[in-house]
Design a protein around this ligand. Structure first.
Ligand SMILES: [Zn+2]
Length: 239
């Protein structure tokens, strides 16, 4: 059984914890034992304060808790999620288990377990899809959910973010790639090859597509689990 834990991203401490489906069909967080203000003396006294609806994201309201002892309100983020993100690091069930993506066409963009994560720009690029120059939210006839579409500029930023995180920028230091390999059990040769290809213009497919394909290959060597989510968060924290 997973339980709520304190995590850190940049200087921010936040809480992630499992959500469960209740008898009435609503999705409820487990009340954490510690708040971000927690001292080691275990003095937290936490109760539910309210919920916060999200326009896009996990599809159920987030719980806001109040620690009476520390007079502190905080959000409980579901496993795989971080504050202010539109997508999770890894797509997991509300209680933190890996999800099984069933899609009739395995080569399709949405068949990847990473399609609806913070790495969605990579998966779209690998499928040869560059996001539009202008915002086209909720385009009629689009098979994608209305919050899925971003703009090309955002996608390119997403690809750069991935490359920085995995040490694949031209200027990225090999020591960083060693760290990535250690943490995620990726072969060094895999990252070296990808870095080379991701920074070499050719007469073949455009660079953004090559970057997408290489990134997708790397992502798909990872297990889409809560453990991987924690490791990726650790990389984001250091990058
Ligand atoms: Zn507290």
């Amino acid at each position: 059984m997973s339980m709520a834990v304190l995590k850190r991203l940049a200087n921010r401490i936040f809480v992630t914890g499992p959500y469960q489906v209740a008898k009435d069909g609503s999705v409820e967080a487990e009340i954490p034992h510690r708040c971000p203000q927690a001292r080691l003396d275990g003095t937290c006294r936490i109760k539910k304060f309210g919920t916060r609806k999200r326009i896009c994201g996990m599809g159920y309201p987030l719980w806001i808790c109040l620690c009476v002892a520390h007079k502190y309100h905080f959000t409980v983020y579901p496993p795989g999620w971080i504050p202010y993100a539109r997508n999770p690091i890894v797509q997991l069930t509300p209680d933190g288990k890996p999800i099984e993506v069933l899609h009739p066409n395995a080569n399709c963009e949405e068949a990847s377990p990473w399609s609806f994560t913070i790495f969605k720009s990579i998966i779209a690029a690998a499928a040869g899809r560059l996001w539009p120059e202008e915002k086209q939210l909720g385009v009629a006839g689009s098979p994608l959910p209305p919050d899925y579409q971003g703009v090309a500029r955002t996608q390119k930023r997403g690809i750069k973010f991935f490359m920085k995180m995995f040490g694949l920028l031209k200027r990225s230091h090999y020591k960083w790639r060693e760290k990535v390999c250690d943490l995620l059990s990726i072969e060094m040769s895999t990252l070296q090859n990808s870095k080379e290809k991701m920074n070499t213009r050719s007469r073949g497919p455009p660079l953004w597509k090559v970057r997408g394909e290489q990134g997708k290959e790397i992502l798909e060597t990872l297990t889409a689990s809560a453990k991987t989510s924690d490791k990726l968060l650790q990389l984001m924290q250091l990058a």
